[in-house]
Design a protein around this ligand. Structure first.
Ligand SMILES: [Zn+2]
Length: 254
């Protein structure tokens, strides 16, 4: 097992080096600074893939049969597509003074007061203002932590409340920074959510929680599951539709 993983790591390093060499030989950088060349042993052909979270385009190459020149010409051919995709990404929102964020559908403004004499950072959310009194030059990581805790608190409270409606018990509610799955439910009744759901409108937030809680009863996506899910949600169709159309926007919070 250890040998196999060591081999895999060596192979990974070789492929990364090969990609690196290709990058040096041709001006990929001129096509777009957001273009990253990657060799994937499982890839059958060249492909361009947008990674919206990292804000890059991966040029994925198969292990064999494609030269650096082929790769470069392929990327060059799609130059405008690459630039357009990056330009279309929603603007990043950082947790700084004056930033406007959305908390469960409410517009909230971050208001930072700096005072070097303060002993610690104090954060409060009241009347659509996130007031931050701090002795830190850059309190953004503290603000992020506050929002993650808030998300965990709200997700956990709502999940327990919904589980009680169907006589189920939750073992644990966790929050992570997942972006491909907004929520999950395991066989041992552990629920996991993306903390970024706090930036979604309340119906969408409610829908994702209702969906995972419904899985406590039905571990599938059968008609019985969807019926239970609908029952558990305050506005099932609006929440589900919002997630389908807009959940990609949740990653723009840095
Ligand atoms: Zn599901």
């Amino acid at each position: 097992m250890a040998l196999r993983s060591a081999l895999r790591n060596t192979q990974k390093a070789i492929l990364a080096e090969k990609a690196e060499r290709a990058l040096k030989r041709y001006p990929f950088e001129d096509i777009s600074p957001n273009l990253v060349v990657k060799i994937n042993p499982r890839a059958k052909r060249m492909a361009l893939r947008l990674d919206p979270k990292k804000r890059i385009i991966n040029l994925v190459l198969p292990k064999r049969g494609v030269s650096s020149r082929d790769a470069y010409l392929f990327a060059l051919e799609h130059k405008y597509w690459i630039r357009e995709k990056i330009a279309e990404l929603p603007e990043l929102i950082t947790f700084i003074n004056g930033a406007k964020i959305s908390i469960l559908g409410e517009d909230v403004t971050i208001d930072v007061t700096f005072d070097e004499n303060l002993k610690k950072t104090d954060i409060q959310l009241k009347n659509n203002v996130l007031s931050v009194a701090t002795n830190k030059e850059d309190p953004s990581s503290r603000i992020k932590r506050f929002i993650i805790n808030l998300a965990k608190e709200r997700l956990s409270a709502l999940a327990h409340q919904k589980a009680a409606m169907i006589d189920k018990k939750i073992a644990l509610v966790e929050v992570k920074d997942t972006t491909s799955r907004w929520g999950s439910c395991s066989y041992d009744a552990k629920l996991c959510f993306s903390w970024r759901l706090i930036f979604a409108p309340i119906e969408a937030f409610d829908y994702v929680v209702g969906h995972e809680v419904a899985h406590l009863k039905h571990m599938d996506h059968s008609p019985a599951f969807w019926h239970q899910c609908e029952d558990l949600c305050s506005n099932y169709s609006r929440g589900k539709t919002w997630m389908k159309r807009h959940s990609g926007e949740l990653i723009r919070y840095a």
